[in-house]
Design a protein around this ligand. Sequence first.
Ligand code: HPA
Length: 236
Amino acid sequence: MAIPTPHIGCTEQGIIAETVLLPGDPLRAKYIADNFLEDVVQFNTVRNMFGYTGTYKGKKISVMGSGMGIPSIGIYSYELIHFYGVKNLIRIGSCGSLQEDVKIRDVIIGMGACTNSNYASQYNLPGTYAPIASYQLLSKAVKVAAEKEIDVKVGNILSSDIFYDADADSWKKWAKMGVMGVEMEAAALYMNAAYAGVNALCILTVSDSLVTHEVTTAEERQNTFTKMMEIALELA
Ligand code: HPA
């Protein structure tokens, strides 16, 4: 395996931890490294997709931006898994609610990730693949949330290729199937992890609602973000 990879400039094995948190925004990765981790080293600056390794409660953990959308997280998670030996990939992001009872600021864990993307076609499966989270990471996250008395909703999410949908009502069909929220990355992460035999999980905070059109303020996003982070960091 040749490192550095085209998209991650880390030249040494062992610098990136076995567990990597993946916010979409690289500046979120920097914020997490600056505010939650100790003994931080930066391992990536390529395309400003910042990546850092540090420790949390003495355990080694990395955090790196994934970018937005399935192609972007597909690239970064593939390189982390296949070139840097990463075993646990935890997306931490935001989503839009598709359900009346999924409120803005809620924390959601994506047990499954539906998608309108064609990403699975590469595997030439004789049917429709169901991308799911690692049960090991999922059950641990639920346990940590209960211990910290953080409410989480666990269920299906939609990883959409489309943010500005020409069919403004298409989300209602997913909502009818009980899908809780829409984001743009988890399905590719779950498929890459499954194909490589490693673990992935997606934890989300609800930033807006397609049902009520409510949006969170920047301050609210920061507060719920901290709750989600408290869960994710314990998974190292
Ligand atoms: N759509 C897709 N991704 C999102 C949304 C949304 O409404 N909100 C936050 N991430």
